[in-house]
Write a protein that binds this ligand. Structure first.
Ligand SMILES: [Zn+2]
Length: 353
């Protein structure tokens, strides 16, 4: 599929994200009445996941709903009729009619990419969108908490400065830490407020036996990448957060941490779904990394694993203590700091370790 058609799919997915569940269901019915499965797994031989007729129907119901397109003979084109020439005409004209087709959609919030419309359930779509909103809130609260540390009279100063020391290090002796953290959170927040983020699906529904052989890029319609045993990954252009198997698995991820004590035990690592999206957002908007652990940190964590990175509470706590320059550039440190900021009243009533 050409790049232009790839963008077309992004525009359709962008429009689909805005329609109601009822409308989405009605659309699925039209597609299935035309014997076009909305949910179609790719296989080794199929690059075009979405047949042209399906593309035409989706176009007519989303970005082209207000335009009636005419074929060469002047008749109004109906993609639900079964004439293949008309269907091709429709797609060609739709692409000509649509001004931004050569670029990715623009905007300032979030949409569910093609993969979500091919593979995910309605429940999974709802979880993903809720997580983006939660991530934005986590980022806002984390930024406010760091910003409050510039005002020693702030009523939350004490609790916020404790949180900062725990997750990033002693900013009294090293004010640069505060500057770095404020900059990371401010850029991430700017991203949430001003840039369009695409969420991409890599949950349980794409784990067919054929898919696992292909590993990635299985279909032109979708942006599917297989990331087993992970919460998420990010890409910067376009801004994409790929949500993995763990994200959708309740044994690894909670809806939020509102009713939980933040997991301090790495063997039982709990991540809020919003926290997962926030972690990826700090990669894509603020260039954070998953910090490699230095010798000192490894020793303190008690890990033998040379390739260990700054994931989870134990590693992040230790980073802050022994390598705070790395902590302020480590994605998971921001995830946990922001979660702790929002849910602080629920976090370890007796205080932090
Ligand atoms: Zn990461």
């Amino acid at each position: 599929m050409s790049d232009i058609k790839k963008h077309l799919v992004s525009h359709i997915s962008h429009a689909l994200t805005k329609i109601s569940d009822d409308k989405a269901k009605a659309l699925e019915k039209i597609l299935s009445d035309n014997k076009l499965p909305f949910y179609k797994r790719p296989d080794e031989y199929t690059q075009h996941l979405l047949p042209e007729r399906g593309l035409a129907i989706l176009l007519s119901k989303t970005i082209c709903s207000a335009v009636s397109l005419r074929g060469n003979s002047g008749v109004v084109l109906n993609p639900e009729a079964w004439d293949l020439n008309e269907v091709s005409d429709y797609v060609r004209q739709a692409m000509r009619n649509f001004p931004n087709i050569e670029n990715e959609p623009v905007g300032s919030e979030v949409y569910l990419g093609g993969s979500f419309w091919v593979y995910a359930t309605g429940d999974e779509r709802a979880k993903a969108l809720a997580a983006w909103h939660e991530a934005k809130e986590l980022c806002t609260q984390g930024y406010i908490a760091v910003d409050s540390l510039y005002f020693s009279g702030h009523r939350e100063y004490q609790v916020n400065s404790d949180l900062f020391r725990i997750w990033f290090g002693d900013f009294d002796s090293n004010p640069k830490l505060l500057e770095s953290a404020r900059s990371v959170l401010s850029r991430a927040l700017g991203g949430f407020q001003q840039q369009l983020m695409m969420l991409s699906y890599s949950g349980l529904n794409v784990y067919g036996p054929r898919m696992s052989e292909r590993r990635e890029n299985a279909g032109a319609f979708s942006d599917v990448r297989i990331i087993p045993d992970e919460w998420g990954q990010s890409a910067r252009s376009p801004k994409t957060c790929i949500l993995g198997q763990y994200f959708f698995d309740p044994s690894y991820t909670s809806e939020s941490l509102r009713n939980l004590i933040v997991g301090m035990d790495d063997d039982d690592m709990q991540v809020s779904r919003g926290g997962c999206v926030l972690h990826e957002a700090t990669h894509m908007f603020s260039n954070t990394v998953d910090a490699p652990l230095s010798e000192d940190v490894l020793k303190a964590v008690g890990s033998e694993e040379r390739s260990a990175q700054g994931y989870g509470a134990k590693a992040c706590l230790t980073l802050a203590k022994y390598d705070s320059a790395a902590a302020v550039n480590n994605a998971d440190s921001y995830r946990i700091f922001c979660e702790a900021t929002v849910y602080k009243s629920k976090v370890r009533p007796g205080g932090f370790p």
